[in-house]
Design a binder for this molecule. Structure first.
Ligand code: PGA
Ligand code: MG
Length: 209
């Protein structure tokens, strides 16, 4: 058996437009100016709390605890309004499934929002497990996030590969002893990745079936 561990935002789905809308509503509630979608995409990758800290800090404001619960509720309810799977990713997942790959999601997005998003897009069926940024005491780039997925799936690092669009994905997987594929269509950078996938369609071939 072999296991493909997928990052979510910027790898499976182009979710920056929804994340930007939710973030900008939180900023507006505090009379702070919005960010563009590309600006938000560049801030995504460290989870919901870190995104809020970055955005509030960039606006010269301090993040207070009262900002977080309404932001998380909005994210969970509105994670799939504008979000689309990347073209070719569902076909790649289906092809990999036929070729014997098991699949899991390891995302820094809160797990409730991640599951709601995958359900709304009809993509939950591809994955045996979704581990979010708030599922474990640690999250990417901590290797413990990836090791938590392996443990739950009863798989070894040698049987597994991580596909992600961000340095956090590469660092977490490498630290866990898992091979890495950089998803070049996403929001981040992939220095140090073992392989680079230019498009989702390339994944089954790159991973050997
Ligand atoms: O929510 C984030 O900041 C990033 O999520 P990801 O780990 O799925 O890219
Ligand atoms: Mg990502």
């Amino acid at each position: 058996m072999k296991l493909a561990i997928f990052d979510l935002d910027g790898t499976l789905v182009d979710s920056a437009p929804d994340i930007a809308a939710v973030l900008n509503r939180a900023l507006a509630r505090h009379k702070l100016a919005p960010f563009t979608v590309p600006q938000v995409a560049a801030m995504v990758g460290d989870g919901a709390h870190a995104l809020l800290v970055k955005a509030f800090t960039a606006r010269g404001a301090t993040l207070t605890d009262d900002v977080i619960p309404p932001f998380l509720a909005d994210l969970e309810a509105n994670s799939a309004n504008l979000t689309q799977p990347y073209e070719g990713i569902e076909a790649a997942l289906a092809t990999m499934g036929v070729a014997g790959w098991r699949a899991a999601v390891c995302t820094n997005k809160p797990v409730a929002a991640a599951q709601a998003l995958l359900r709304a897009l009809g993509m939950l069926r591809f994955f045996e497990l979704v581990v979010g940024g708030d599922t474990l005491p640690v999250r990417k780039p901590d290797p413990g996030h990836v090791l938590g997925v392996l443990k739950a799936m009863h798989m070894s690092p040698a049987q597994s590969v991580m596909i992600g669009d961000h340095q956090n994905d590469i660092l977490a997987a490498k630290g866990a002893g898992v091979r890495t594929v950089f998803a070049a269509w996403g929001y981040g950078s992939g220095e140090g990745a073992d392989l680079v996938a230019r498009r989702p369609q390339d994944l089954p071939f790159l991973l050997g079936g």
